[in-house]
Design a protein around this ligand. Structure first.
Ligand code: BG6
Length: 506
C-alpha cells in the first residue's frame, strides 16, 4: 500500500468522544503501519480552551484507553505531529485564526495546500463549518486538494437533508465530500462484494428464483449508554436503518459493478436503492414495527428502561427497536421480501445477513419423518466475523433421515493478523482520495425518501403501537408476524437462553 500525499488533517469536534475513541486511535494505527505521509500534521479544533500540550496529553490517555494496535512505542513521535486550536466554529471571524494556524503548520511540516476537514461535531454544525471554511477560501483547491468528511446523521429527514445538501454544495463540490458510514468500513461488509463477485457459485443463485427472503439483523445488548439526548432526536430508524442497515441491503442486492471504480460501485448502489418499493402510508402499520426497551431484570441485574435513561423524556415515544419488511422492484428481486431489524438491549451483539434459500420443489425425505433442509447462508458481520452455510446431510444409519449441518468459516482462521477498524480503513481511503466506501448525496437522499412514510406515520399516527419489550429479549413479539410463510422465522443467533434469564452468549 502506498502513502497518501502530504496533507493536514483537521478534526472539528476534537474534544469530543469520537475523536478519542475512534479517530485518534485509527490515525495512530496508520502511523505505526507507516501509512501516513512523511509530511503530515493533525490539528484538533473545538471550542474548549486547550493548548497543544494539553491536547496531546488527552490524546495520549485516549491512545492507552482505546488502543487499536499493540505497538505503543511510537506514540510520542506521532503526538509530535498533533496540534490544537481553539475556535468558535459558529463565528466566521474565528476562521482567520484557523487559517493562520494552518499556514504555520504548512510551513513547519512542508505541506502544500492539501487538507482534510473531519466534521465530528454536533450535526447542527454540518452546514455552518463548510460555509465558514469557504468564507475564508479554505475550500479552495488551487494550491492543493481539500476534502470534507461528514459524520452521520446527514439530516434528520428528507427536507433537512435536502437543505443541508444545498448549504454544503453552495460552496463545495460533490467530489470533495466524504460522507462517512462506518459500516462500509467494516471488513465483513466489504466482503459482501467479494463473496458475491469473486465466486462463481453464489451469483447464479442470487436472485428471486432461488432465494426465498433476505434478513439483516443488527442487535446490540447495550442500551443508549448516556447518549439519551442524541438518541431522543434520532431513534433506531434514523440511527441505524437509514444508513448502516440499508447500506448493507444495497450491497447484498446491487447488480455487479463493471469495475471497482468508485463511480461504478456507487452507481449500482444508488440504482438498487432507487428500486426499493415505496411504502404506502396506509401500509406502515403492517410492514414496520417499533419498540422501546422497558425496565427488566437481566442476569440477575435490574436494568432501567429507556424512559429512565438520562436525557430521555418520561413519556418518550422514541423507538429503540425497529423492524421492517420491504421489497425491491427490479428484475432480480421482484416479489422477494427483505426483512431488517435492529434494536438496543437485545440478547446479544450481533450483525448478520441471512440469505434464506427456497426449499426443494419436492420433499423427498418427508416420509422418513425428516423435514427438508432450509438452506441458509449466514454472513456474520460482527462479532466472530465469518460465513456459515447450513445444509442437509444424511444422518448415518438406517433410512434417510436428514439433519441440518453447518459449514462454518471464521475470519479469525485467516492468518492475516489484526483486522483494521472501520475508521482506520475509511480515514486511509479519504486520505488517498478513494470515495468508494462513502455515501454519495443522491444515495443519502434516496434513503431518506424511502423512509419518509414511516417517519411521518410514526410521528403523527397515534394508533400505531410502540411496543414495550424487556431488555434481553429479541424485541416486540409482533415482529415475528412480519415474516411471510408458515415455515419461516427470524434467525435467532442465540436461542440457548441462560438458566437465570434471557441473556445468552454466541
Ligand atoms: C452508530 C450508532 O452509528 O453505530 C450507535 O449511532 C450504534 O447507536 C453504533 O451503537 C453501532 O456500531 P458498531 O460498529 O458497534 O456496530
Amino acid at each position: 500500500m502506498n502513502k497518501p500525499s502530504a496533507h493536514i488533517f483537521v478534526i472539528f469536534g476534537a474534544s469530543g468522544d469520537l475523536t478519542k475513541r475512534k479517530l485518534i486511535p485509527a490515525i495512530y494505527s496508520l502511523f505505526v503501519q507507516n501509512l501516513l505521509p512523511d509530511s503530515f500534521a493533525l490539528l484538533g479544533v473545538s471550542r474548549t480552551n486547550l493548548d497543544d500540550e494539553a491536547f496531546r496529553h488527552n490524546m495520549k490517555t485516549a491512545l492507552s484507553e482505546f488502543r487499536e494496535i499493540e505497538d505503543h512505542t511510537k506514540e510520542d513521535e506521532f503526538l509530535n505531529k498533533v496540534y490544537y486550536q481553539s475556535v468558535n466554529t459558529e463565528d466566521v471571524n474565528d476562521y482567520r485564526t484557523l487559517k493562520k494556524r494552518l499556514q504555520e503548520l504548512r510551513v513547519k511540516h512542508e505541506i502544500s495546500g492539501n487538507a482534510i476537514y473531519y466534521l465530528s461535531t454536533p450535526p447542527s454544525l454540518y452546514g455552518v463549518i463548510p460555509k465558514n471554511l469557504a468564507a475564508h477560501k479554505l475550500n479552495d483547491e488551487s494550491g492543493g486538494w481539500k476534502r470534507l468528511i461528514i459524520e452521520k446523521p446527514f439530516g434528520y429527514d428528507l427536507a433537512s437533508a435536502e437543505k443541508l445538501k444545498q448549504e454544503i454544495l453552495d460552496s463545495w463540490n460533490e467530489n470533495q465530500i466524504y460522507r462517512i458510514d462506518h459500516y462500509l468500513g467494516k471488513e465483513t461488509v466489504q466482503n459482501l462484494l467479494v463473496t458475491r463477485f469473486s465466486n462463481g457459485i453464489f451469483e447464479p443463485l442470487w436472485n428471486r428464483n432461488f432465494i426465498d427472503h433476505v434478513e439483516v439483523t443488527s442487535a446490540e445488548s447495550i442500551g443508549v449508554e448516556g447518549r439519551g439526548g442524541y438518541y431522543e432526536s434520532s431513534g433506531a430508524l434514523r440511527d441505524m436503518v437509514q444508513n448502516h442497515l440499508l447500506q448493507i441491503v444495497a450491497l447484498v442486492a446491487m447488480e455487479p459493478p463493471t469495475s471497482l471504480e468508485a463511480d461504478s460501485i456507487r452507481n449500482e448502489i444508488l440504482k438498487v436503492i432507487q428500486s426499493f418499493r415505496p411504502i404506502k402510508p396506509e401500509d406502515v402499520k403492517s410492514v414496520a414495527i417499533r419498540g422501546q426497551y422497558i425496565a427488566s431484570k437481566v442476569k440477575g441485574e435490574q436494568l432501567i428502561g429507556y424512559r429512565e435513561e438520562k436525557g430521555v423524556a418520561q413519556n418518550s415515544t422514541t423507538e429503540t427497536f425497529a423492524a421492517l419488511k420491504f421489497y425491491i422492484d427490479n428484475w432480480r428481486w421482484g416479489g422477494i421480501p427483505f426483512y431488517i431489524r435492529t434494536g438496543k438491549r437485545l440478547p446479544t451483539r450481533v450483525n448478520e445477513v441471512v440469505i434464506h434459500f427456497k426449499q426443494t420443489p419436492h420433499f423427498l425425505f418427508k416420509k422418513n419423518g425428516s423435514v427438508n433442509s432450509h438452506n441458509q447462508l449466514v454472513i456474520r458481520i460482527q462479532p466472530d466475523e465469518g460465513i456459515l452455510l447450513k445444509f442437509g446431510m444424511k444422518i448415518p444409519g438406517q433410512g434417510f433421515d436428514v439433519q441440518t449441518v453447518n459449514m462454518d468459516f471464521h475470519y479469525s482462521d485467516l492468518s492475516v493478523g489484526r483486522i483494521p477498524s472501520a475508521y482506520e480503513r475509511l480515514i486511509y481511503d479519504s486520505m488517498k482520495g478513494d470515495s468508494t466506501l462513502f455515501a454519495r448525496t443522491e444515495e443519502v437522499m434516496a434513503l431518506w425518501k424511502f423512509l419518509t412514510p414511516i417517519l411521518d406515520a410514526w410521528k403523527s399516527e397515534k394508533d400505531i403501537p410502540l411496543f414495550g419489550y424487556p431488555s434481553g429479549s429479541w424485541g416486540p413479539e409482533k415482529t415475528d408476524d412480519l415474516i411471510e410463510g408458515k415455515m419461516m422465522t427470524w434467525r435467532y443467533p442465540c436461542k440457548n437462553l441462560s438458566d437465570d434469564g434471557i441473556y445468552c452468549e454466541l
